[in-house]
Design a protein around this ligand. Structure first.
Ligand code: KIV
Length: 306
């Protein structure tokens, strides 16, 4: 494979194919009531495709723990693993905004650690923002990370890192105290200066209310169509998760079928000697081939005469 076939002929460092998406772009889209698009990606190949498709933001989500690393939940993924995948995404992306998800434990013990880890994502992996879960209780941290010049995306509602505290993955904000808490959290994050807020697993009506209430764009996942934007997990939309999709997931393709078919065809072709063909093989230069055939013939004759 040549270098040009790897990067589509566009050398690294070349002009992006569309204007760079920044926090300003995202904010302006809310003002213009233009839907904001966000997908997760965790590696070079998928991040390239997502970027080239024109998606606004790419989130290197801690969902990588489940969809890439095979864990049952997001809790085990480490800073080092998140950095590793963020770097791969960074190398692929020209225009979309790259956001790194702060993993469980990276900001829960003290704010100083949280700021340190947020800076690592920018300095060591090229992220342009970080996402962290939690509402009013994260305001101090959000302000300190912003003071360190790192944009923050908030994340409230069904926050998977609170799995054990929530007692499972449950839609949040279904009663009045829950609604009040969510609105308070959203307003607190907005006032703290987050550039956007993910609303996950929240009734449509509550998400719509919060979206009207805050100036930061809301990015919904299982939060209905009234948010300023939508985010989904890449592996969910292409059927690569090996589990029943959640209610809010829409499958746009079947990569599992596509990949399985390709692998099965390869296996069959090798087993029936249909792969590789002569055209898929390298050949000796003509002169060398003639010489080699002569050597082999002489060898054969010698063996025969013994
Ligand atoms: O980790 C993740 O993928 C996420 C999004 C789905 C919001 O947090």
């Amino acid at each position: 494979m040549s270098i040009t076939s790897l990067n589509g002929g566009q050398p690294h460092g070349a002009q992006p194919i569309r204007p760079k998406v920044t926090t300003t772009t995202i904010h302006e889209k809310k003002l213009r009531h233009e839907p904001i698009t966000c997908l997760t990606a965790y590696d070079y190949a998928t991040a390239r495709l997502v970027d080239q498709a024109g998606i606004d933001m790419i989130l290197v989500g801690d969902s990588l723990a489940q969809v890439v690393l095979g864990y049952d939940n997001t809790l085990p993924v480490t800073m080092e693993e998140m950095l590793h995948h963020t770097r791969a995404v960074r190398r692929a992306v020209r225009s979309a905004m790259v956001i790194a998800d702060m993993p469980f434990g990276a900001y829960h013990e003290d704010e100083k650690d949280g700021v340190h880890n947020a800076l690592r994502f920018v300095k060591e992996a090229g992220a342009e923002a970080v996402k962290l879960e939690g509402g009013a209780q994260r305001v101090g941290l959000v302000k300190r990370v912003l003071d360190a010049e790192v944009p923050v995306m908030g994340h409230i509602g069904l926050t998977p890192q609170s799995l054990h505290k929530m007692g499972g993955y449950k839609v949040q904000g279904k009663d009045f105290s829950g609604i009040e808490r969510l609105v308070k959290d959203a307003v607190a994050l907005d006032k703290a200066g987050v550039f956007s807020i993910v609303l996950e697993g929240v009734p449509r009506e509550v998400a719509a209310m919060i979206t009207r209430e805050v100036s930061a764009p809301t990015i919904g996942i299982g939060a209905g169509p009234d948010c300023d934007g939508q985010v989904l997990v890449f592996h969910d939309i292409v059927n690569l998760t090996f589990r029943e999709p959640a209610k809010f997931v829409r499958r746009y393709g079947d990569a599992a079928a596509l990949f399985t078919n390709a692998v099965q065809q390869f296996k069959a072709d090798v087993e029936t000697r249909m792969y590789p063909s002569d055209a898929e093989s390298y050949h000796l230069p003509k002169d060398t081939k003639v010489e080699l055939e002569a050597i082999l013939r002489r060898k054969e004759m010698k063996a025969y005469s013994r």
